[in-house]
Design a binder for this molecule. Sequence first.
Ligand SMILES: N[C@@H](CCC[C@H](N)C(=O)O)C(=O)O
Length: 281
Amino acid sequence: MKFEKYHGIGNDYLVYDCQKNTEELDADKIRKICDRNFGVGSDGILAGPYIEDGEFAVRVFNPDGSEAKRAGNGIRIFAKYLKDAGYTLSERLTIRTKGGKVQVRFLNADGTRIQADMGKLSFSSKDAGLAGEAREALREKMVFGQKEYDCSCASMGNTHCVIPMAEISREKVCTIGAFSERSAYFGDRVNTQIMKVLDKNNIQIEIFERGVGYTLASGTSSCAAAGVAYKLGMIDSDVMVHMPGGKLWIQIDEDWHVMMTGSVQSVCRVEMTEDFLRFEP
Ligand SMILES: N[C@@H](CCC[C@H](N)C(=O)O)C(=O)O
């Protein structure tokens, strides 16, 4: 099994080219390979390219073996992989995910800076995976680990719970995420962001991802946090999202279409040994 490792501002993924590899990926292998001590280590695996009606498609797997509908950094990484591996020579392409289509545009020749049209952000409770009557899931009181939080939920193809706060930290988001990710409010788990508004055009977030845990950056989380902050009147529609791994530029139009711009970097090529694949802990 061969992989190519990339990262988008510290959110690292292994690309598994299903056109070049023959072995099936399953949840056990995904968990082993993504393990940071016993495997290669990554925030997930991007499997593809699959071809659907002449368009590229990718599947996103979390390190716990679950499948995600979308990954914003993952989309930019996969686009760069398609360019690096010679699958495309175009400046623009469409990539299908389980959470909808994304249009990407390479902003420079080596494909390290990419803009992605992430589609429409939704605040519908149904899209965010919440139970109860259909509503816009904004400023709802939710209890995680016996503490009440002011939560606004959104879907950017995958589900997010955004909690504005005066001060944020890794420790705080991990404490909340340990309860929020699997809380009964959400039908199929959730990505959690705590968010500090720096000014009208800058926000800072810490992230606890569904199926992953703490990550240094997340593309869909940036879109959701910026969308919630804009919807609540805290910021303008053009915003830089600051994360421990780096920054993403998010632009939201009047129709809630979200553009995400940021960098990606290739890291290495790896081939799993027979020993590793055979080893049973
Ligand atoms: N890191 C990603 C989000 C990956 C998917 C998430 N863990 C989920 O299960 O929804 C990003 O950059 O968006």
